[in-house]
Design a protein around this ligand. Structure first.
Ligand code: HEM
Length: 451
């Protein structure tokens, strides 16, 4: 029998580990809270499979409504049905892995620029350092060289927006209704960022009409194997402006704005958190940094080819995503009543599923708390319901190739160029929309090599 007070106290005290405890005590389905503020937890591999497979039972719009003030009403994450399929088919080719390979150099340069500033003896917060580097790299890949000059401007505008949405929906609603200073800052930032974005979209449309775009890309060819242009250069915003469905229809300016903003908002905090967790684990696991460094040195500088020669680093990234999934929980709104594991879940409920809980279950992962990059040895493919840092089903992360590439490339550069000593071995998680290290990742630079 679940006692509400005790269960809520468990979550308040132990966060995501509390959720794991509640799963062990109460099984894969339980409800906390009542009415509009209640949450139905659907936990574990079977629950993931159920949520990912039954698209018609679940809606994201109501569950992610809190993102609309930043991401916009046509963002993929709040789109449903035919609109979602159309928008996703137009966005996906721009983020296909072959397209992403074109950004490897930009990503490596961004990491190198951050490392170039280090001197032996420096004490730095590696999380913040790479957060800024990833922000710059993401803006560059998304918006190309012209807006890259504005990367810091856009990044600075973005931060108040991301801060305001990293809250429980009720708290966010209060900010909006009360027009708090944080809310007003976020909206002013949004207006400034939108102005630049719309100007750039108009410029790209002009270029496309005049046929002068040197980065012309093929129209996207849908969900399967779309390739927006491979290594031909260009950037994602240009791809979005040019993308056409089979019937010739493209995305409106507002749709492009919303997808672009969503890609930054969904991509940058999550990827920076995952990088911090990867470095933390490599620094605090005996021999791991040395092994990663030896591998990165053998592989040479990051390129589309050398990325295939770093299985230990790729395994370390996967292990960090498993043990510390930045999207530790995610939510859905139920579109119809259903029964799962003998429990009746009503229409209109908010359902929470959790990659964090799943990734730490011994039923799914032998010795689950051990950081073991070698478990990802060639050929290992966990079931999607066992490993879901990028979610699953119709709304599975469209930027997963970009994220993993960025994580592997940045890790290759850091381990190859720097020796770092962790200032702390205990790093606690915080954050609701993105699980990140609470106190950052404080390290001392022991040595650094030229790039
Ligand atoms: C380590 C980094 C990342 C993690 C852990 C992550 C995680 C996720 C998860 C869990 C979802 C699905 C939410 C759900 O269905 O419940 C999602 C969706 C999404 N992600 Fe990511 N993400 C990451 C990086 C990125 C990047 C780099 C981009 C873009 C460049 C991106 C863009 C998106 C978009 C647009 C969606 C919505 C897709 C849709 O609704 O069709 N993400 N992400």
């Amino acid at each position: 029998m679940l006692r509400q007070g005790a269960a809520i106290a468990e979550l308040a005290r132990h966060g995501y580990d509390g959720l794991l405890t509640l799963y062990r005590r109460h099984g894969p389905v339980f409800t906390l809270g009542a009415g509009r503020h209640g949450y139905v937890y659907l936990l574990g591999p079977e629950a993931n499979r159920f949520v990912f497979a039954n698209t018609a039972l679940f809606r994201t719009r109501e569950a992610f409504e809190a993102l609309v003030p930043v991401d916009g009403p046509t963002s993929l994450i709040v789109s449903e049905g035919a609109d979602h399929r159309r928008r996703r088919a137009l966005v996906r080719p721009a983020l296909h892995h072959r397209r992403v390979e074109g950004y490897v150099r930009t990503m490596a340069e961004s990491a190198d620029a951050a490392i170039d500033a280090w001197r032996p003896g420096d004490r730095i917060d590696a999380y913040q350092v790479f957060r800024a580097a990833i922000r710059r790299g993401t803006v560059r890949a998304l918006f190309g060289p012209r807006l890259a000059a504005d990367a810091d401007f856009l990044g600075d505008r973005l931060q108040p927006m991301l801060d305001v949405i990293d809250r429980m929906p009720q708290a966010l609603r209060a900010h909006r209704v009360l027009r708090t200073p944080a809310w007003r800052r976020a909206m002013a930032a949004r207006r400034a960022a939108d102005e630049r974005l719309y100007a750039e979209i108009a410029r790209l449309r002009g270029e496309a009409r005049g046929g002068t775009d040197p980065h012309a890309v093929a129209p996207g060819d849908g969900e399967g194997d779309g390739d927006g242009g491979g290594a031909r250069g260009g950037h994602i915003l240009a791809d979005l402006v040019r993308a056409r469905s089979a019937d010739g229809a493209g995305l409106s300016d507002a749709e492009i704005r919303d997808q672009a903003m969503t890609l930054i908002a969904a991509g940058y905090e999550t990827t920076s958190a995952a990088l911090a967790w990867t470095l933390h684990r490599l620094l605090t696991t005996e021999g791991a940094w040395r092994r990663a460094r030896a591998e990165a040195e053998r592989a040479g500088p990051p390129t589309a080819e050398s990325l295939g020669r770093v299985p230990y680093i790729a395994g370390a990234v996967n292990e960090a995503l498993r043990l510390h999934p930045p999207a530790a929980i995610s939510a859905r709104h139920t579109a119809a009543p259903f029964t799962f594991a003998g429990h009746r879940v009503p229409e209109g409920a908010t359902v929470v599923y959790s990659p964090y809980v799943t990734h730490r279950l011994p039923e799914a992962w032998p010795d689950p708390l051990r950081f073991a990059p070698d478990r990802w040895a060639e050929g290992f493919r966990p079931a999607p319901e066992h490993f879901c840092p990028f979610g699953g089903g119709a709304h599975r992360c469209v930027g997963s190739a970009m994220a993993t590439t960025e994580l592997v490339v940045t890790t290759m550069r850091v381990v190859a160029r720097a020796t770092l000593t962790p200032e702390t071995r205990e790093v606690r998680p915080r954050g609701l929309t993105t699980m990140r290290p609470a106190g950052g990742l404080p390290v001392r630079v022991t040595s650094v090599r030229p790039g």
